[in-house]
Design a protein around this ligand. Sequence first.
Ligand SMILES: [Zn+2]
Length: 62
Amino acid sequence: MMQCPNCRSKDIGKIGSQQYYCWNCFIELSILGDEWTVHQVEADGSLSSLDDIFTAEERKIQ
Ligand SMILES: [Zn+2]
């Protein structure tokens, strides 16, 4: 079961082949191997990485 690494919500929507969006905390999630990479969508539409605020353990897809 996929869970948001940030808020642990399971309310995750698929927006692309490897891309997901958390409807609870509004971050974009991509799958890289068996880990999430986490991005925040900025007001101008660009993405900034949030990976460094999570540990590898937290980003593991369970
Ligand atoms: Zn979330």
